[in-house]
Structure formats: structure tokens, C-alpha cells
Write a protein that binds this ligand. Structure first.
Ligand code: K7E
Ligand code: CUA
Length: 652
């Protein structure tokens, strides 16, 4: 969430309860052994990979724990001039949508793939909030390899959440919207014409390829964070909802009327059966499905035309509502799958529900009402209990696998540790300041690694050297191996972190792609050696088949290009060695550089705007003779017949 919006939204109770952004003991001493606990000696590796959302920068970042060191910014939904993501011809289709090319988005949540409710860390999924999409990142190449747009959705915030074997990536809509052919309706007709959609995206267990399997049409609430059931509750999904008032103006007030909103429980196994039995309805909807082909190193974008929708007002036994105080922001399920934790950001308690009791309440028809015919279960019948006086503004909960839950408190700026069975608060620590998400490595899985916890904070006033009006976002690392949580480290983050996940480095560190084999490079403009380097004219297109290898480009000098031509540099990096990218850029180009990985081919498009001689060079310091890695391209005026020629390394 954006901090200012949050401060406003929370303002209602914040004023009454007089919270402070700055907990007591802000200068609290960090004991000497904290440094040794986060110290990763030069040349040694961190224990965990931490994949962190970048919020409004649209990217993910890769951080080591416990050191807090940033290894990489991994471009997903936003163009990234550093490596040409969204600028090269090959990657542009990845950012295509039904609205055309969208160069930015807001990425809030990470989901790491699982098998049997444990991280297998094959893929990382992330959401685009603004123009609804889900991305899949391959954790052997750390590249975004697939992006799927989600139709009938707006503000894809409740997303992505995955089932315990990565059967589905699930996405709920934040905004309910009118959908279908006629969506030009009055906003005042919200209750009649607006709908909320929950999307179940199937994931191919071998390739990871996503496919929008079905959507469930839900009432026009706002959907917030969700979790899959796991172990015991595998087969169910739990979504927090707010604005069950169905307000469409000044939500700050109008969506905070009711004492309780709902957690929407979805029996997705049942929904799956209905899909198999042909109970869904195909509905027209346009959305883009973009895939990167790892052999041609080129993305394609396909516009899809329809989606399968299930109507839970007809299919009676797939959706149930659990009352939950008040305006919940998150729902989390404990490692056993028995407990479902609600986090009402305006609530004074943390309600914990029991899956066993929920099933019994459904069985006994223990209902207190319905929403459009879908049952609302009795709060008391489903409740395991409430955590009393946890703090102010509970948002998100993670688990340590040792029987404890940890909930972030935005308003009171703290993390509260409590016992899942007895619901007793056993410890609390301040965060600096206004914590949003928190994360324990493996925390959302059936097998958390309860050693560290990280708080991702919204406000850092006075914690770091100031940098003008905007200060760094940050994270804080705590040791949670003992009874008491202990603050170990502050570290800045890239963009605004929302959710993050972490997993043992051992899961993937020996599976990394080191380079792409040249013999498998099927890019139509790939070159297998320097002998094939050349320039071809096709009408007003100039195609430069170029190689890069330490420390030259072939061809290097090119003549015979005119103003009005469009030049495509298809650069193949011939290196077959780890960590030897070459870059490419030319003077005056209205684009970013490309950074070509060993064995890859990448295309840079340039439209010269004036006659002259234009230097190009390698942008990545690749060898002692990197500064020699250069060339010239001569551009003649339109209509002047300069013969096409190029040099490929002849002696002068
Ligand atoms: Cu920041 Cu997950 Cu978008 Cu809560 S959300 S903090
Ligand atoms: Cu290649 Cu510098």
C-alpha cells in the first residue's frame, strides 16, 4: 500500500487511539553479537535467497539473508534500461496487454512455487496491480519468462497466491468493475452492475506455463490478500474482503461502517469438479498471454478471447462467508492448515478461525444469513478464538513452524508474537517504522524455517542518512530462534517492498544457468561464429548480423545507411562462459542499451535522424580491451547512394 493513502485510511482510528510512529526505545541498543549473526564473511554465501517485491518500481529484487545484500534487480513489469528489458525487440512483447504496450506496473506480492506445501523454488510469481497481470520468473535464469493478463479484474492486489503443489496461481480483484460487452454504465449502479472476480490460473507442473483455467464471479466487494488452505485445508482458499458495504464513494468512511466484513472461503476442488462437469460459462474477454522462448530468446504475445466463469449463486457449495472484524487486509493459514488468521486493519482483536469448525458449521448449516444466496457462517461457530490487545492495525501474519504466529502492526509499528493454540501474546518488538508485510523464510509454507524474520517498513524517518524529500524504504532483520525476538540489522530496499518470500539458497544455487549454449540458439538472426557477420538491406530496413566477443564487434564499420532507414542490430554474444555479458548502444538512439547474455541474441532498433558518423560501443566492462570494443556507422542523407559496405576485421 502507498504510505500516504494508508495514513489517511488508518487516520480514523489512529487519531482516537493516538498511536505513535515512533515507538519507545527507538534508539534501543543492539547487542554486540547481532553483528556476528548477520556477518557473511567475504567469499562466503548467504543462507537464504530473499525475493522482494519492488512495489511501484514494478520489479523484484534478489537479496541475501542474513546479510541484507542486494544481488540483482530483476525486471518484471517495468522497462529496465539497465539491460534493455522492454526496449529490445525480443522483450517488447512481454509487456504487451489488451491495452497495448504497458511499460510500468506496481508489483506487491511474491509467491514461490511449492510441492507438498514446501518451497521447491522453481519459479517466483508476482502481481501487477494496476493493469492486472501475473508474471512468472524462472529461478534458474532469474528472468521473467511469462506474463498473463487477467480479464474482468481491476487492481490485481489480492494476488498471487498459490496452492500447495502450485496447481493454481490465484488472483482476486481489488476493485469490482462492470464487465462484458456493455460496461459503459453509471457508477451509481455499482450494486447492480459491478462484480468481483477471482481467477484460478493453472500451472503446468513440468514447464510452469500458466493458463487461465476459470474465474468465480463474486459479489462487488473489494478483495484483499488471500491464502490457500494447506495440508488439512488443502482444496480450500481464503480471501479477505472489505467494503462489503458495497460503497463506491469516499470508501474511507463508507466502507468502514460495518463491524465485520468477510473472509470468503472457496472450495476450489469442488469448483474444479464443476469445471470438469461443464458447469462453467464461456464469456468473451480480451487478455494477453506473453511467453519468452528460451531457445529463440524471443517473446511472443497472444491475445486470448474468452474465459470460463463459474457462478456460485447457482453452484451452491463453492463459496461461504466467514464474518471477520473489521476491514481485513490479510488472511493467513498456519502450517498445519487448521487455523485461518484474519487481520482487520481497524479491528481491536485478531480473530483466528478453525478449519475443522468451519467444515462442521457448513455441515450443520450453522448460518447467520446469506449474500445473494451464498451462506454466511456464524462467527462464533467458526472461531477458534481471538488474540486480545495485540496492537493497532494488524496487517499480515507469518508462522515459525514452532507453534507461533507473528503479526505486523502498521499503526503501532511493531511485530507481535503469539501462540497459535492459546492465543497469548508472548513477545513484541518495535519496527522503525510502520511495518507493512513481514516475512519468515518458508513462512507461508507447511515447513517454515523459524530462524529469521524480516519486517518491510513504510517509513524510515531518522534511520538513514537523509536524501531529500523521499527517504529510503527499508527492511529489518530479526533473530527469532529464541523466545524473544532480537533486532539484528536495518537494510535499505529497492522500490517499496510489500511482500517477499525467502527460501534456502541450497534449493537453487547449483542449478543456475551460466550461459546459453550457442548450438541451441534458434533466434532467426543468431550467428554461430564471426564468419557469418554481415549487413543486409531489405527495402528501407538495414539488418546488421553482428557478433560480440572479447573484445570486438563484427562488423565494426558500416556504411551505406540513409536517413529514413530503420536499422536493426541483431547482436549475438558468442561467449560460452559465465558472467560475460556484452552491451551495445549507439549515439543518439531513442532507446536503452541492450545487455546480451553469453550465447544469446538480442535486437536493438535504431532510426537515424541525421547524416553523420555515429559511434557504437560495448557498455559492459568485459575485458582489459573493453574500451577498444567499438565501431562506427555512417549515415548519408536520404537519396544519396553510398554503397553498402562493412568491415569484419580485416587488417588495415
Ligand atoms: Cu503493502 Cu500486501 Cu499491497 Cu499489505 S500490501 S502492507
Ligand atoms: Cu564487451 Cu565491454
Amino acid at each position: 500500500m502507498k504510505k500516504n493513502v494508508w495514513l489517511l485510511a488508518i487516520g480514523l482510528i489512529a487519531v482516537a487511539l493516538a498511536p505513535s510512529c515512533k515507538p519507545k526505545g527507538a534508539q534501543s541498543a543492539i547487542t554486540g553479537d547481532a553483528a556476528s549473526k548477520v556477518y557473511v564473511a567475504p567469499g562466503t554465501h548467504d543462507e537464504f535467497y530473499n525475493i522482494v517485491s519492488g512495489g511501484f518500481n514494478g520489479q523484484m529484487s534478489v537479496v541475501g539473508l542474513p546479510s541484507g545484500r542486494v544481488f540483482k534487480i530483476l525486471p518484471v513489469f517495468s522497462v529496465h534500461p539497465e539491460n534493455g528489458w522492454g526496449f529490445s525487440e525480443e522483450t517488447k512483447p512481454m509487456l504487451n496487454t489488451s491495452h497495448g504496450f504497458v511499460p510500468w506496473d506496481d508489483l506487491h506480492h511474491i509467491a514461490i512455487s511449492m510441492t507438498n506445501a514446501e518451497h521447491d523454488a522453481r519459479w517466483a510469481f508476482g502481481n501487477a496491480n494496476n493493469t492486472p497481470r501475473i508474471a512468472r520468473v524462472d529461478l534458474t535464469s532469474f528472468k521473467t519468462v511469462e506474463i498473463l493478463e487477467i480479464p474482468n479484474s481491476a487492481g490485481n492486489h489480492s494476488s498471487p497466491f498459490i496452492t500447495q503443489n502450485t496447481e493454481y496461481v490465484v488472483a482476486g480483484t481489488r476493485f469490482s468493475v462492470p464487465v462484458g460487452e456493455n460496461s459503459d454504465v453509471s457508477i451509481d449502479s455499482y450494486k447492480e452492475n459491478f462484480k468481483g472476480y477471482i481467477s484460478f490460473i493453472g500451472v503446468d507442473p513440468k514447464t510452469g506455463d500458466m493458463d487461465l483455467s476459470f474465474q468465480i464471479e463474486a459479489p462487488p466487494f473489494n478483495f484483499d490478500l488471500a491464502r490457500a488452505g494447506k495440508n488439512k485445508s488443502h482444496g480450500w482458499f481464503f480471501f479477505s474482503t472489505y467494503n462489503t458495504e458495497m460503497a463506491h464513494t469516499l470508501l474511507e468512511v463508507n466502507a468502514s461502517q460495518k463491524d465485520k466484513d468477510f473472509i470468503m472461503a472457496v472450495n476450489w476442488k469442488k469448483a474444479e469438479e464443476y469445471v470438469k462437469a461443464g458447469k462453467g460459462k464461456k464469456v468473451k474477454a480480451k487478455y494477453a498471454h506473453n511467453k519468452m522462448n528460451e531457445e529463440t530468446h524471443t517473446a511472443t504475445s497472444t491475445i486470448m478471447e474468452e474465459v470460463l466463469v463459474l457462478d456460485p449463486t447457482e453452484l451452491k457449495d463453492i463459496v461461504y462467508f466467514i464474518p471477520c472484524p473489521k476491514s481485513p487486509h490479510g488472511t493467513d493459514t498456519d502450517p498445519s492448515g487448521e487455523y485461518i488468521v484474519g487481520s482487520g486493519k481497524l479491528a481491536a482483536v485478531i480473530p483466528v478461525f478453525s478449519f475443522t469448525k468451519m467444515l462442521a458449521a457448513i455441515e450443520n448449516k450453522d448460518f447467520e444469513g446469506d449474500v445473494n444466496g451464498m451462506p454466511v457462517l456464524k462467527y462464533e461457530s467458526v472461531l477458534h478464538g481471538e488474540v486480545e490487545k495485540p496492537g493497532l492495525g494488524p496487517l499480515h501474519t507469518e508462522f515459525d513452524g514452532k507453534g507461533f504466529a507473528y503479526t505486523s502492526m502498521f499503526v503501532s509499528s511493531e511485530i507481535v508474537k503469539w501462540n497459535i493454540e492459546t492465543l497469548e501474546v508472548v513477545d513484541r518488538v518495535p519496527t522503525y517504522y510502520s511495518v507493512g508485510h513481514l516475512m519468515i523464510p518458508g513462512g507461508p509454507t507447511g515447513k517454515p524455517h523459524g530462524k529469521y524474520m524480516v519486517a518491510y517498513n513504510k517509513i524510515t524517518k531518522d534511520r538513514y542518512l537523509p536524501t531529500g524529500p523521499e527517504l529510503t524504504q527499508s527492511a529489518q532483520l530479526y533473530d527469532i530462534s529464541g523466545d524473544k525476538m532480537q533486532l539484528l540489522l536495518d537494510f535499505p530496499t529497492i522500490g517499496e517492498p510489500h511482500y517477499a518470500e525467502a527460501f534456502p539458497a541450497a534449493l537453487i544455487k547449483d542449478k543456475q544457468v551460466k550461459f546459453y549454449p550457442l548450438e541451441k540458439n534458434n533466434h532467426p538472426y543468431a550467428l554461430k561464429g564471426v564468419a557469418d557477420a554481415r549487413v543486409e538491406r531489405k527495402g528501407n530496413e538495414i539488418h546488421v548480423y553482428m557478433t560480440s566477443i572479447r573484445s570486438n564487434f563484427r562488423p565494426d564499420n558500416i556504411e551505406g545507411v540513409n536517413v529514413g532507414d530503420v536499422v536493426y542490430f541483431h547482436v549475438t554474444n558468442l561467449e560460452q562462459d559465465w558472467d560475460v555479458p556484452h552491451g551495445f548502444s549507439i549515439k543518439g538512439a531513442n532507446t536503452a542499451e541492450i545487455l546480451i547474455m553469453p550465447g544469446e541474441t538480442s535486437t536493438y532498433k535504431w532510426t537515424p535522424d541525421r547524416p553523420g558518423v555515429f559511434p557504437f560501443y560495448c557498455t559492459d566492462f568485459c575485458s582489459a580491451l573493453h574500451q577498444e570494443m567499438q565501431g562506427y556507422l555512417r549515415v548519408s542523407p536520404k537519396g544519396v547512394n553510398t554503397p553498402l559496405k562493412y568491415s569484419t576485421g580485416e587488417a588495415q
